[in-house]
Design a protein. Structure first.
Length: 412
């Protein structure tokens, strides 16, 4: 080999050696980098698993503490579980839903409370919505319709038949029909009822009828006075009710003449006279309606004056169930008692007003001579014979008997 070729071959071998060394160094550098990357990923993975282990340890500790607490409570005695116990603190259902549970709440089923008022355990009172609909919509609407209907009927009857006149005119003779005590009891009951009716109707319809006319401020003053007047006069109404019942109960017992009076239309039509004693069938109907409705109004009024202290509705429902074999609820909450008391107070009041409208019509413009019975207490003899002929015969018989007794009494 020539010297030049040898030098070239040596330079090639030297270059190859340097290239191989460089590759070895590069491979060493990549290996070191790979080793360092592997070590970092291993460390990160170990960190994540460490956190997971810590969380599991905490969870296990919490479960262990909970199981020890439950075991301790079980050893101390049984405890009442909440309606839904899904392990959520407070006994709530969390994100889960229980339709039966919420249906019971919607129906007014009560839960347990730690305060003195057990009614606070009822979250939703469905009957309150029903009561609001009846009290705010149905009662005012139908009440106004029926009262207006009664007024229209009376006006039509008066327009068609006019006033019931005395067929034989007035006579010169008067008959005492009601004593002073009778008239006092009647006017106590009548005047108190009129005040109660006016104030009650004002409180029921005044917001819609009076506020647009007189404004909120004036209506507030009138309503406040009306409320106190209504609550106070109620006791006078109760006193008058007792007096009227005691004074007139004996003469308002139904008898065989009442059926004939009804058949003949009560003598309201011209030329037709129905025999009757001191009180005819129509007056007896008014009497018993006043007594019955008056008692119910008084009971419901007391329940409203002294709320949450009575159980009148449950007692009445029990009586109705016993008499008519119905199944009305007799286990009522205090709030249900108030709802029923308010509803029946309003309904009976409106029916009462409708009946008294007819009574006032007959006693004033509807029949000639009728008002005198409660005005002066004396009625015309012809009026008495046309409308209460049997009573006139009784009065005359008693008068004759009294004169006979006086004549037979020896003079001293």
């Amino acid at each position: 080999m020539r010297p030049g070729e040898r030098q070239a071959s040596g330079r090639i071998r030297l270059a190859r050696h340097q290239i191989g060394k460089s590759r070895h160094m590069a491979m060493g550098t990549r290996a070191e980098r790979g080793a360092r990357g592997h070590d970092g990923s291993v460390a990160a993975s170990m960190g994540r698993w460490g956190l997971i282990c810590c969380a599991l340890a905490l969870l296990f500790g919490a479960l262990l503490w909970a199981s020890q607490s439950l075991a301790q409570e079980a050893s101390e005695g049984p405890v009442e579980e909440p309606p839904i116990g899904l392990g959520v603190p407070g006994g709530t259902s969390g994100a889960a839903s229980d339709s039966d549970f919420w249906r019971e709440i919607r129906q007014g089923d009560g839960g347990l409370v730690n305060i003195e008022n057990p009614n606070a355990g009822v979250l939703i009172r469905s009957e309150g919505e029903t009561w609001r609909q009846i009290n705010s919509v149905a009662l005012p609407t139908y009440g106004a319709m029926y009262m207006a209907g009664m007024l229209i009927v009376l006006c039509l009857f008066f327009a068609l038949h006019g006033r019931v006149r005395l067929e034989h005119g007035r006579s010169d003779r008067k008959i005492l029909r009601f004593k002073t005590i009778d008239r006092a009891a009647h006017w106590l009951l009548a005047s108190s009822f009129l005040i109660l009716a006016v104030t009650g109707l004002m409180l029921r319809y005044g917001r819609e009828l009076l506020i647009p006319v007189i404004g909120h401020g004036a209506f507030a003053e009138i309503a406040s006075i009306g409320k106190y007047l209504h609550n106070s006069v109620a006791f006078a109404f109760m006193a008058g009710l007792v007096l009227v019942f005691v004074l007139w109960i004996r003469e308002n017992i139904p008898n065989r003449h009442d059926a004939l009076w009804v058949v003949k239309g009560g003598g309201l039509l011209p030329g037709i006279h129905a025999p009757a004693r001191k009180f005819n069938a129509g007056q007896k109907f008014v009497f018993w309606a006043v007594i019955g409705f008056g008692i119910l109004l008084s009971m419901s009024g007391i329940a409203l004056l002294f709320p949450f202290t009575t159980g009148f509705t449950a007692d009445i429902f029990w009586v109705i169930n016993a008499v008519f074999q119905t199944s009305l609820p007799t286990e009522l909450s205090p709030l249900q008692e108030q709802h029923y008391s308010q509803l029946w107070h309003s309904i009976i009041s409106m029916v009462f007003i409708i009946i008294i409208m007819g009574h006032i019509y007959i006693g004033t413009i509807g029949m000639e001579g009728a008002f005198e019975a409660m005005g002066s207490g004396e009625v015309d003899s012809n009026w008495a014979r046309e409308h209460h002929s049997l009573w006139v015969e009784e009065v005359e018989a008693e008068t004759v008997a009294g004169k006979v007794r006086q004549s037979e009494t020896p003079a001293e």
